[in-house]
Design a binder for this molecule. Structure first.
Ligand SMILES: *Cc1c(COP(=O)(O)O)cnc(C)c1O
Length: 464
């Protein structure tokens, strides 16, 4: 065991030439703190019976910590999980048009709530509401922080202290804290469940309507599917029933793509336009799921109901900022030219990417991956894979894809976790998935223009 007194003092370590260079780069307070932390850590290790580290290793540790501090957060990563809209990885990557738009308004003042024609006060929703109406067939629209906020605000405005009728098969939980019954309760609405888990009929809804009913609601069961002996009431019938009782019919679509994906050979996902056409009075959906835009919650529908929602003081608490609105506007604008959408909207580009194209990327990148892992007892090879859309969209459908499978050469699987952890320490961490004894890197979401960054990044793989 070494002696604590053999450790250098804070001031002696700060006087080291390499540490002084760090001070010039990162500033005195930051580096002093890192030196203190490093010495505290070393003292603890010595007390626990370890050797006294030499100055060079203490300096190396301070430099490494300083480098890590400089990395911006959230850290950009490569999403090779095979899940295109990965909630933990920030969902939809924005198209270039949206990135440019948000940088423009971030840098300078903009007419956010200012009517340039009259010089008077404007409404921030006007930035996108016209486009939203055009693309969904609705008469009015508003925007909040995310779709959970949209659902909450809708219920709090239209159903406080009153009842909302929902099919039992649609009382979903969407990852973590978003559960329809909980949101309903927090919004002050009373939930009335009708039907059974697998089958709900129009007469179930009809029988539940009372004087205390505020609205009928349909929730798109986005993240799971009920198969077999099932029945759900079509939107049009629910709308007719609601309207016969002078009640609004509202739909939470969840993902809500603005154009039918079947056009590009993808499975069908309901659109807001379809719900509006079926008679829905309000539809809510996310901005950063299949829509491919920034995080936002969109509410479209009847003019009087949207106006009522906008008068709720909570709208102010849930509103979005100029950066979100600028990005959203740029993304919505792309939908005006559907023919070019798959080239321009990143999410759609990734979803429609041909398997052969992904396989070709895998062939290009295999040598770099094999090179980076050369020192480890693993093999890497090109394999067919199946990607999923993610974020609760189309939970059963899989997209034919390709990528690399890294497998241990011997029987020991431990090395796989070392590779996985090593990929996470890269300047731009690479996130794959471990499945059936292999680390899989699905290359669908690696954009072709990022391939050179990907290989350069790999050259930093920690050699063992
Ligand atoms: C994803 C989803 C939500 C929540 O949307 P966020 O934008 O993540 O807040 C609500 N309802 C449904 C049906 C969903 O799929």
């Amino acid at each position: 065991m070494g002696a604590l007194s053999d450790l250098p003092s804070v001031s002696r370590l700060l006087a080291d030439a390499a540490v002084a260079a760090l001070v010039a780069k990162h500033g005195q307070p930051v580096v002093t703190q890192l030196v203190r932390d490093t010495l505290a850590h070393a003292r603890e290790a010595v007390r626990a019976g370890g050797a006294v580290p030499d100055t060079a290793s203490l300096v190396a540790r301070v430099s490494a910590d300083a480098r890590a501090l400089k990395l911006p957060k959230p850290r950009p990563v490569f999403n090779l999980t095979g899940t295109v809209l990965h909630t933990n990885l920030g969902r939809a990557p924005l198209p270039e048009e949206a990135v440019e738009a948000l940088i423009r308004v971030a840098r300078s003042p903009c007419a956010l709530e200012y009517d340039i024609a009259s010089g008077g006060r404007g409404d921030r929703d006007d930035v996108v509401s016209e486009l939203l109406c055009e693309l969904t067939g609705a008469k009015a629209a508003t925007v909040v922080n995310n779709n959970a906020a949209a659902v909450f605000l809708l219920l709090n405005t239209l159903a406080r202290k009153r009842k909302v009728i929902v099919s039992r098969g649609e009382l979903i939980e969407i990852g973590g804290a978003f559960r329809i019954p909980d949101i309903m309760q927090r919004a002050g609405a009373r939930l009335v469940e009708v039907g059974t888990t697998n089958r709900t009929h129009l007469k179930d809804f009809r029988g539940a309507i009372t004087r205390r009913t505020a609205l009928l609601m349909k929730i798109h069961t986005s993240n799971y599917a009920i198969q077999g002996f099932t029945h759900a009431v079509p939107e049009q019938e629910l709308a007719e029933l609601a309207h016969a009782h002078d009640l609004p019919f509202v739909v939470d679509l969840g993902s809500g793509t603005l154009i039918d994906l079947e056009r590009w050979g993808l499975p069908h996902e309901p659109t807001p336009c379809e719900s509006i056409t079926a008679g829905a009075d309000l539809v809510t959906f996310s901005g950063d799921k299949l829509l491919g835009g920034p995080q936002a919650g969109l509410l479209v529908g009847r003019k009087d109901l949207i106006a009522q929602i906008k008068r709720n003081p909570l709208k102010r608490a849930l509103r979005v900022g100029k950066i979100t609105l600028a990005a959203l506007e740029a993304v919505l604008r792309l939908y005006r030219d559907p023919d070019r959408l798959p080239e321009r909207l990143t999410t759609l580009q990734q979803l429609t990417r041909a398997e052969s194209d992904i396989r070709a990327a895998a062939a290009r990148l295999l040598p770099a991956v094999q090179g980076a892992l050369a020192a480890l007892p693993v093999t890497a090879q090109i394999v067919p894979l199946r990607s999923q859309i993610g974020s609760g969209s189309l939970p059963i459908d899989r997209l034919p894809s390709a990528g690399l499978a890294i497998r241990p050469q011997g029987k020991k699987g431990g090395v796989l976790h070392r590779v996985e952890a090593g990929l996470r320490t890269l300047p731009r961490p690479v996130v794959g998935r471990i499945q059936d004894g292999a680390l899989l890197l699905d290359l669908r979401c690696l954009q072709p223009h990022e391939e050179s960054e990907f290989t350069a990044n790999l050259s930093e793989f920690p050699c063992s």
